[in-house]
Ligand binder design. Structure first.
Ligand code: GLU
Length: 424
């Protein structure tokens, strides 16, 4: 249970995160033990009212958040989520996972996250723009290229980042490209950013598969979520001769034991906004997704998907966490017991924030790199990070998640300790 008075999120994402911190604590060096509590609370949490005039002239109020979990190693970094289930405890957990993620990959950032409790599919484009601009204006005093840099997440995209950049810049009186990442390329965005998260899932997945001697070619892959992350991961696995046998999204679940043609599925989804109805696959129930025979599972949707019950029967040998927080701690134990390898979110999906870092660096320098340079640097960084995590897990005889947390928490808490506690 959280000991913070303002979050009541039993068994939710924040609780999952706290359990992960409890699990890493015994592995951290003695001199850092006094500082662990710093990770169990956000540094700053802002809740804002976002009123907008709807197209029909009525006024609607939405709840918005920006949480800066930790800024010890640099400016806050993390996405903005538009989803009907967004609430404070969830945004806190997502911001904390960003703190861990940026530290695992050793980016000079802290962790932050924001969101609005809204179903963006129910808004017109103009309403979405008004919502984004008002929200940006409400959080503008705590964001900035040296303070906290938002980016896309579930339900947001480059166009929304463009509106955020424009709104913030209007307030400053000059263009500030480095205030958000994941922008359109002609607005200071980076080549390769849109596909970076899915690419990172694939790159870390191939590394993990090699280590557990699972051939990618011919392996059966199931993907939950067919948005920015899931569709790119599926595409790359398909290209590497794996068989993507099952895909689930917000419209349902489709299955083909011979493997789906992902390029055609992407084209179908671009037109219809969902996977259901795609020819060349049969529709199955959402529950049946978890029973499909598979070698690799890519949860790339929302948190809290792999429960202990599902962990007991899953046939996958390798789980690649494209989503943030998809696995409950008890499920983690069960998977470990069954010898199933989990590449945790904080490394597996770090490709997005890594190219966000490259975008921020390019904006600061006003000098832009080619897509091949971006991809090369991304692959190198991800391979180095998974290598470090793997070695740490062998040295400490612990899961890859705990190993990633060991590396990250040592970095964060060393910075915390060396900075000292103000006023001293
Ligand atoms: N929303 C993404 C994540 O969860 C990207 C964050 C970023 O690029 O700052 O990692």
């Amino acid at each position: 249970m959280s000991n913070l008075s303002y979050v009541n999120n039993n068994n939710g994402a924040w609780q999952t995160y706290l359990t992960q911190i409890e699990r890493v604590a015994p592995y951290l060096s003695e001199d850092l033990q006094d500082y662990i509590d710093t990770l169990k609370r956000p540094k700053r949490a802002l809740i804002v009212d976002v009123p907008i005039v709807m197209d029909d002239g009525s006024i609607q109020h939405f709840e918005g958040y920006r949480v800066q979990h930790n800024l010890s190693r640099g400016p806050g970094k993390g996405g903005i989520r538009y989803h009907p289930d967004v609430e404070l405890g969830e945004v806190m957990a997502l911001s904390a996972w960003m703190t861990i993620k940026t530290a695992v990959v050793n980016l000079p950032f802290g962790g932050a996250k924001g969101g609005i409790r809204v179903d963006p599919r129910k808004l017109s484009v103009r309403e979405l723009e008004r919502l984004t601009r008002r929200f940006t204006s409400e959080i503008s005093h705590i964001i900035g290229p040296q303070q906290d840099i938002p980016a896309p997440d579930v339900g947001t995209n480059p166009r929304i980042m463009g509106w955020m950049m424009d709104t913030f810049s209007t307030g400053q009186g000059h263009t500030v490209t480095g205030v958000v990442t994941g922008k359109p390329v002609h607005l200071g965005g980076s080549l390769g950013r849109v596909r970076a998260t899915g690419r990172g899932v694939f790159v870390t997945g191939v590394q993990a598969a090699q280590r557990i001697k699972l051939p990618v070619e011919g392996s059966r892959v199931a993907v939950q979520g067919f948005g920015n992350v899931g569709s790119e991961a599926a595409f790359l696995f398909n290209k590497a001769q794996a068989k993507v046998v099952c895909v689930q999204d917000h419209t349902g679940t489709i299955f083909n034991p011979e493997g789906l043609d992902i390029k055609s599925l992407q084209a179908y989804v671009a037109e219809t906004q969902g996977i259901v109805g795609f020819e060349g696959a049969q529709a199955i129930s959402n529950d049946a997704f978890w029973d499909v025979e598979m070698d690799i599972l890519v949860p790339a949707a929302l948190e809290g998907q792999i429960t202990v019950e599902r962990a007991k029967t899953l046939t996958a040998k390798l789980i690649l966490e494209g989503a943030n927080g998809p696995t409950y701690p008890e499920a983690d134990d069960e998977l470990q017991k069954r010898g199933i390898t989990v590449v945790p979110d904080v490394i597996c999906n770090a490709g997005g924030v890594t190219v966000s870092y490259f975008e921020w660096v390019q904006d600061m320098a006003s000098y832009f790199w080619s897509e091949s340079e971006i991809n090369e640097r991304l692959d190198k960084l991800m391979i180095q990070a998974i290598d470090d995590v793997w070695q740490t897990s062998e040295t400490n005889q612990c899961s890859l998640r705990t190993a990633a947390y060991i590396l990250a928490c040592e970095r964060i808490l060393k910075a915390r300790k060396e900075r000292g506690i103000f006023p001293g």
